[in-house]
Design a binder for this molecule. Sequence first.
Ligand code: PHE
Length: 483
Amino acid sequence: MVDLLQLSGKQRQFVELLQRRHTVDSLRALCAEAGFDFNFINGFLRSGALDGYVQHQEHTQRTWVLTPKGDELGGVLPGFSLADRLLQGVRDRATLQAELGTTFSLNYGALRREQAVDLVDGDGEGMVAVLKTSVLGAYQQRQAVFGAIAADKSLTEGSAASLGWLQQQGYITSRSETDYSLTVLPNLQTLDLGDVVTALTSERILSGQWRQIDLKPYDIHAEVPDVAYGRPTILNQCIQRIRDIFLNMGFDEMSGYIVESAFWNFDALFTPQDHPAREVQDTFYLATPQTLPLPSDQSLVDRVKQVHEANYGGQWTEAEASRAILRAHTTTSTARRLHQLQGKDGKYFSIDRVFRNETVDRTHLAEFHQIEGVVVGELLSVRTLMGYLTYFYERLGFKDLKFKPTYNPYTEPSLEVFAYHPPSDRYIEVGNSGLFRQEMLEPLGCGNKATVAWGLGLERIAMLLYGVEKLADLIGPDIRLDE
Ligand code: PHE
């Protein structure tokens, strides 16, 4: 059954051609004449698509082609030129040599091999005697056949003897070729091919014409070229790995705001208002908006003010706390979460971007990602903290960690984290951590709780894990995906 909708453009054209015919003697000849590729049409026929519409009969045809040896002859058989002249009556050896030049001996040798000629002494220089005129005649036949094959012309009747001889000499060889004769059945002649549309244009959709037309279906199984489609960058792969580790450890993901008030970035973290980290050399202050509202929970603001003034002295001002900045760490998200929890237990992490006014170089950018984590509960200690971090880094393949005491305004004790990096045989700083102080927890409503928390550098980990040497290979416009 012809599935008219499935016909390709070429196939339709061919079917239309058949509809105008009743019989086709040679499909090859038809293809050559009408400009179709025989192999394509042959495949179409053999696919069975026209079964019941066209009867076909296979013929195997022998055709002759020149062998490489035959091809080298340049169209003329050795022996022919001499035979031709002998048949014209020329016998004088000197004359023949002059006419044939260097090919004389080649020609003579060919005829001599069939004992058709001989050299005899004559009055003058010598003569070529003809022993077998029939062989000379045969050469005319052979040359005619050979020339026809070389020129790809059809052979005349009675070429059999020459063909056999030429094949024996190794000048030609036979090739068999399949051809078909076709009988186009009446049901194809009367078949209405209709109009099949292959392109669904916007006009056809807008005009509503698409409802009337027969649209060629898409073949979703058709072979298509392989496309190298997009995939996550190294940094995103790394984020996904780390996210999976924390999710598997039972943490929930939290997030926060890139534009924050100094309140959540510093004050809620018990960082004094004259702390050097708050200076413009370190923190990006925004011009628009210049300030952000303080939390609506007035008791939170009051308790933060109290704890600052009681411990650091001086005046704690709402003006300073209201300044809008780009968050300098993701501990802002942790502070907001602690305030939300109001003493409830939980484990949270985030992987987010932070901003610091740093000098940009091979390993530093003014923006990077932090892996933040906090556990709120009871009986949490430095050992708990070290346990979580050791477990996490082990999952990533960093076996050996070292912890070094450090100072943060909001944690006590505070630990810097170093991971051993075998290729460079060094411990590399990968993060900062600690247990939040009462001065921070109490105003946020978690005064009765113990916490462990950390902020780790993502880019550092990614560089170590993937052997990347410059940050520019990790973020920015020139990232290679073929790593
Ligand atoms: N916020 C710290 C930093 O940016 C990291 C940290 C988070 C330290 C939580 C202790 C507790 O370096």
